[in-house]
Design a protein around this ligand. Sequence first.
Ligand SMILES: Nc1ncnc2c1ncn2[C@@H]1O[C@H](COP(=O)(O)OP(=O)(O)OP(=O)(O)O)[C@@H](O)[C@H]1O
Ligand SMILES: [Mg+2]
Length: 235
Amino acid sequence: MTAPPLLAVEEIYTSYGLSQVLFGVSLEVAAGECVCLLGRNGVGKTTTMRTIMGLTPPGRGRVRWKGQDIAGRPPHRIARLGIGFVPEDRRIFAELTVGENLDVARRGAGGRWTEDRVFELFPKLRELRDRQGGVLSGGEQQMLTIARTLMGNPELLLLDEPSEGLAPLVVHHLGEQIGRLKREGLTILLAEQNVDFSLALADRVYVVEKGRIRFQGTARAFREDESIRQQYLAL
Ligand SMILES: Nc1ncnc2c1ncn2[C@@H]1O[C@H](COP(=O)(O)OP(=O)(O)OP(=O)(O)O)[C@@H](O)[C@H]1O
Ligand SMILES: [Mg+2]
């Protein structure tokens, strides 16, 4: 018997009140993969991640973690199973220092991630250790948001549009750091509008439009079919 994928989203329908946003979204992420969820503004990328995290439970469908349905569980319990969410709005504590932001996020003792290890990945944060979160640049805040989530020792990292609003050079640098996380074996689900940034990291791609999956395949298959990009991702 083969092991189930780490995460399997099965036919989820999610709405905000009367407004239906997801219409039967299914996707899988196997251990060690980097999977990208690509799509334009407002198609349901964040809602998919919020559904996985339990922040907006699905009206129908299942979210399986290692085979077990976790849909409907509260977010803190889902986080404790080993799913770390890096939200697009970078909710760091502005009044706390970088070091304190990391300390608050620490979960238990003896995990893989320590302050020293996140500083190895993000050397800039070591320099900024005593600086208040609120005064950091957008790129530095994004690093801190990722670093803070790593302190919870997730098995799966959900990254919601990490490149949004950042300068090209900062985006490039961030891509290298996420690439390092992937090479170290962390499993990643990345939601993005930035296709080039995503393809540099992705093993597989799902394209979402109006709450439905319109394409799924390897990064290579996506690259080779220019029409998908034209149809669902061109501005
Ligand atoms: N809290 C909410 N209440 C009502 N509607 C919402 C809420 N959050 C999102 N929506 C709507 O759900 C739809 C999908 O939004 P979602 O944030 O999932 O898209 P997205 O793909 O992440 O977009 P973006 O690239 O802009 O982040 C949009 O039409 C949005 O207006
Ligand atoms: Mg979003």
